[in-house]
Ligand binder design. Structure first.
Ligand code: ATP
Ligand code: MN
Length: 562
């Protein structure tokens, strides 16, 4: 193993070295050893660069470099703030899958699984490697999957230090001793500054994320949005684990109670996976991506990627306090004249984010593996204000809701547009699922039956009217409802069926005003509620048409009454 001295003088100039020394006390992290990239590390990939290869740098080193390069600044608590550039979110229309002998008949080709020619993959990769050939690169070896039997070794090549810090935070960090013989299963090549030429490269635009299951490589260019790397690996695992390992991959968060009881929280973006899994009374397993084996639930990742919009210490202390040295905060701005983050600002985007390692959450479970779930929560943010804030689902209803994958967002920011916009995304994660949704649903159905799991639906969205009239459910109430369900406090209360959707609503719940439990009670205009419920039921039924032929009677009877 090469030590600090020789590698350091080779890789960094004097000024940076001095600056890093200055940053050292500030970052409260030591700039200790530096590892040399394994000799053949990049040869297997075909990458040779005339410039420095920064291998496996520490968060303090990466943070220091980002500041030194003028790519980021520190806030008052020492976290690194950067802008991801033109893209502040994923670009699903520019995500492609190489269509070849392996994927042709196994991938479910749709709006999220867009075919890409293998020859274009090869030439795009060559071009990217050519682009990087005269640039410094940041290389990181890391893992996906906390459960060792399913672990995959990843090697990420980044064009800048902060993208590499994201990978340090989000993927699982190997021990130094495991690096010497590290042979990657998968590669990510990520170059935000590289732009494709759609006319010759087969892309839609300058930006792209291309995944090849055969060549085990993800190419990301033209976008600096870090989430593309995370969700690229998630997409890969959603293909590999169910087909090769009989593991159900899930877009969910997970935590565990003192008694070892696991809960998983499925939900589309913004429904509360990250927020609600960070529960001071339970151990965090993970905030976004998990696998369910024969007898465990394990995290795919080593970190969390939390929203920052309107973040407050009072409501979300765990996440708030994770914004410290080593954390990477994306697309936020400062309160004018200070170096304090303005969490309310949507100046750059509403999708402001912070990534941090799981260890930043005080009660994270290590390793992030729990037992078979006892409770499953489907989170939805219903901006129509129709669905109950908590309800219990039958096995048929659970399958119906899982296949539907409903949430409704507040409409765009245009003035006067107040009608919510519904999204139906199968398995609460259609953009990341290479296989037909039925394959995941079937696996979940089997597991739910086998283990006799409670399934709850939680509406973290509107109450007292749709968006514009009502208001979002108070986070403290949602937390209280989940706690009650987990602690068995709803086992002996009365339930009533929702007249349209059929799910069972508790008539009382500790810590929650009784009158909000039935959403109809919260609407001043009951007829307006009934009409809205009917409207939403109609949307469910229409969406389900494409799955109806593959669904059994138990699932079909769980449809809402239109
Ligand atoms: P993504 O998949 O994009 O990471 P997510 O499911 O993890 O999304 P969160 O990051 O948890 O979603 O976002 C939920 C947001 O909604 C947070 O900003 C949270 O503060 C806010 N919120 C407001 N009211 C509630 C509520 N009642 N329950 C949950 N979250 C709420
Ligand atoms: Mn999340």
């Amino acid at each position: 193993m090469h030590r600090f001295g020789c590698f350091f003088s080779n890789t960094l100039n004097i000024t940076l070295r001095q600056r890093l020394r200055k940053l050292k006390p500030l970052l409260a992290m030591s700039v200790s050893t530096m590892l040399a990239a394994p000799k053949n590390a990049l040869k297997t990939l075909g990458l040779s660069t005339s410039k420095h290869i920064h291998y496996q740098l520490s968060p303090a080193q990466l943070t220091g470099q980002a500041v030194q390069r003028g790519e980021g600044v520190l806030n008052d608590t020492g976290a690194l703030l950067i802008n991801t550039g033109k893209f502040t979110g994923r670009s699903p229309k520019d995500k492609f899958t190489v269509k070849d002998a392996l994927t042709e008949n196994t991938v479910h080709w749709n709006d999220f699984n867009i075919p890409f020619e293998e020859k274009n993959f090869f030439s795009l990769k060559e071009k990217m490697l050519g682009y990087l050939a005269d640039k410094e690169v940041w290389v990181r070896d890391c893992y996906a999957c906390a459960e060792e039997a399913y672990r995959l070794r990843l090697r990420v090549i980044n064009e800048n230090p902060w993208s590499n810090l994201f990978c340090y935070n989000m993927f699982i960090r190997p021990e130094e001793k495991d690096l010497e013989s590290f042979t990657p299963n998968w590669h990510i090549i990520q170059a935000p500054g590289f732009k494709a030429d759609p006319a010759v490269d087969g892309t839609r635009a300058e930006n792209f994320a291309v995944i090849s299951f055969t060549h085990k490589t993800i190419l990301i260019g033209g976008t600096g949005y870090t989430g593309e790397m995370k969700k690229g690996i998630f997409t890969m695992l959603n293909y590999v684990l169910p087909t090769k390992a009989a593991v159900l991959s899930m877009h969910c968060s997970a935590n565990m109670g003192d008694a070892g009881d696991t809960a998983v929280f499925f939900g589309l973006s913004g429904t509360g996976k990250t927020t609600l899994s960070a529960d001071p009374n339970r151990k965090l397993i993970g905030d976004d991506e998990h696998g369910w084996t024969r007898d465990s639930v394990f995290n795919f990742e080593g970190g969390c990627y939390a929203k920052c919009i309107d973040l407050s210490e009072e409501k979300e202390p765990e996440i708030y306090n994770a914004i410290r040295p080593g954390a990477l905060v994306e697309n936020v701005t400062f309160i004018e004249g200070t170096n304090k983050i303005d969490f309310s600002s949507k100046k750059i985007t509403e999708n402001t984010r912070v990534s941090y390692p799981l260890t930043f959450i005080s009660n994270a479970l290590e390793p992030s593996i729990g037992k078979t779930p006892k409770n499953i929560f489907f989170l939805t943010c219903d901006a129509y204000g129709v669905l109950p804030p908590i309800s219990k689902l039958t096995a048929g209803q659970a399958m119906y809701q899982f296949i539907s994958g409903y949430t409704a967002k507040v409409a765009g920011t245009e003035a006067g547009v107040t009608e919510p916009k519904s999204t139906f995304s199968a398995c609460f994660g259609a953009p990341f699922l290479p296989l037909h949704p039925g394959q995941y649903a079937e696996m979940l159905g089997k597991k739910m039956n086998e283990h006799n799991v409670n399934v709850w639906m939680i509406n973290t969205g509107w109450s007292g009217g749709a968006y514009g009239v009502g208001s979002r459910m108070k986070l403290s109430y949602t937390r209280a409802m989940i706690t009650a369900a987990l602690e068995g406090k709803l086992d002996n209360v009365f339930f009533e069926a929702h007249p349209v959707f059929g799910m069972m609503m508790p008539v009382e719940c500790p810590g929650v005003p009784t009158e909000i439990l039935n959403p109809r009670n919260t609407w001043a205009d009951k007829e307006a509620y009934d009409a809205m419920a009917k409207n939403l039921a109609g949307q469910f039924i229409k969406n389900f048409e494409k799955y109806a032929s593959g669904a059994n009677e138990e699932i079909l009877v769980a449809a809402p009454k239109g």
